[in-house]
Design a binder for this molecule. Structure first.
Ligand SMILES: Nc1ncnc2c1ncn2[C@@H]1O[C@H](COP(=O)(O)OP(=O)(O)OP(=O)(O)O)[C@@H](O)[C@H]1O
Ligand SMILES: [Mg+2]
Length: 363
């Protein structure tokens, strides 16, 4: 899994019993080599690549994913025959789920991953859901349901990656699972931290905590059609990016301390998540966070303050470390595919029916 934050490739080795019981064995994040990172930035963040670049990055990423998997397996003294399959999400280049020709494009050549590892590889998970009329995203709620749903309490799972998505898991079997992207997670926080401090992210949210939220700017940021859009919905860097930030901040940023902007952007992430939880999960008592945002203490504190009637914890409390939920989800989705089981939730993506996701590249 390589998410919108472009912070590396997460490789998770998981075990799934015949009944589908999930266990994380080991996981590691592999950094992008500097040259590939720059090319990915040009392609995805700046949208300044040509078709040859796109083709080459697809291959370079496939090589890196394959070799990262081999490295992780070698450290575990395992080889290809020990592994049933790889689920590779790849790197999203562009996500455009609406309009006459909806599509979602992920790269990281799966033929090459199968060739390098000698392991059957499942990829292109989003396309079939889109073909069935869905958004192709988010796909993780089905995994959240399988792993975290209980009859004992209503639960909200929040994944704060580059983009944030929430999953509502009602205790009652009558209630259907709802899930959607709430909007920005870390993507704007990372953008501003890189621009002003030349650091990849705001460690623990300390910089944001040192600033003061500017309520006038916050209102401007919250005035975004996506936040009011009906579900199902999904989004990405195509909307929440440098340009979005610059447009919203135009006329403000000169006189306002950068730490106040960071505090305001963090408040935007916290409030958009909290608003959606209050709207769709008013009576729910428990919220579990995963994704890199779980390490942002200031963001976690703001979420707890905004949702003071709810208990907030990370998914570690449910037995899965918040860093590995996304990667674990694509292992689980691969397991579904090779067992001919459906992987999407139409109540989440808006697809007309459940479908078996992905394309299988045999070992
Ligand atoms: N210690 C930390 N303090 C603050 N923020 C952190 C910390 N560690 C990670 N993060 C944030 O988490 C981000 C990475 O999170 P994650 O890997 O879940 O996102 P992603 O790769 O974009 O995934 P997704 O597919 O969910 O969009 C980093 O870019 C950073 O903003
Ligand atoms: Mg990541």
């Amino acid at each position: 899994m390589s998410g919108t934050s472009l912070d590396g490739i997460d490789v998770a080795l998981t075990s799934l019993s015949e009944s589908g019981e999930f266990r994380l064995v080991v996981a590691e994040t592999f950094q992008f080599p500097e040259t590939l990172y720059r090319k990915l930035q040009l392609l995805i963040v700046n949208q300044a690549s040509n078709l040859q670049d796109l083709g080459e990055i697809d291959i370079a990423l496939g090589q890196l994913i394959g070799s990262s998997i081999n490295t992780l397996l070698a450290a575990q003294k395992l080889d290809a025959k020990d592994v049933t399959a790889i689920g590779s999400h790849g790197q999203t280049v562009f996500h455009s789920p609406l309009g006459e020709f909806p599509f979602s494009l992920q790269i990281g050549d799966a033929s090459l991953i199968a060739e390098i590892t000698g392991i059957t590889t499942i990829a292109d998970f989003r396309q079939r859901d889109i073909a069935a009329g869905g958004q192709g995203a988010p796909l993780v709620p089905a995994f959240h349901q399988s792993l975290f749903r209980t009859v004992n309490e209503d639960r909200v799972i929040v994944n704060i990656g580059g983009i944030s998505n929430i999953t509502l898991l009602p205790a009652s079997s009558d209630g259907s699972v709802i899930g959607f992207d709430t909007g920005p997670g870390n993507v704007l926080l990372d953008y501003w931290t890189k621009l002003k401090l030349n650091k990849p992210y705001d460690h623990s949210g300390e910089w944001a905590a040192s600033g003061k939220c500017n309520n006038e700017i916050l209102r401007t940021l919250l005035d975004e059609a996506y936040f009011k859009q009906a579900i199902p919905k999904s989004t990405g860097r195509e909307l929440f990016n440098k340009q979005w930030c610059e447009t919203k901040l135009a006329g403000y940023k000169q006189e306002i301390p950068p730490s106040d902007i960071q505090a305001t952007l963090t408040e935007l992430t916290a409030q958009t998540i909290a608003n959606d939880i209050s709207t769709y999960a008013k009576s729910y008592s428990s919220v579990f966070i995963c994704g890199g945002g779980a390490h942002n203490n200031h963001l976690m504190n703001r979420l707890q303050a905004l949702l003071s009637d709810k208990k907030i914890a990370t998914t570690a409390a449910l037995g899965l470390h918040p860093d590995w939920v996304e990667a674990g989800a694509f292992a689980w989705l691969a397991y579904r595919t090779i067992n001919n089981k459906t992987g999407n939730l139409p109540s989440v993506t808006g697809a007309k029916h459940p479908v078996v996701l992905g394309a299988i590249y045999l070992a």
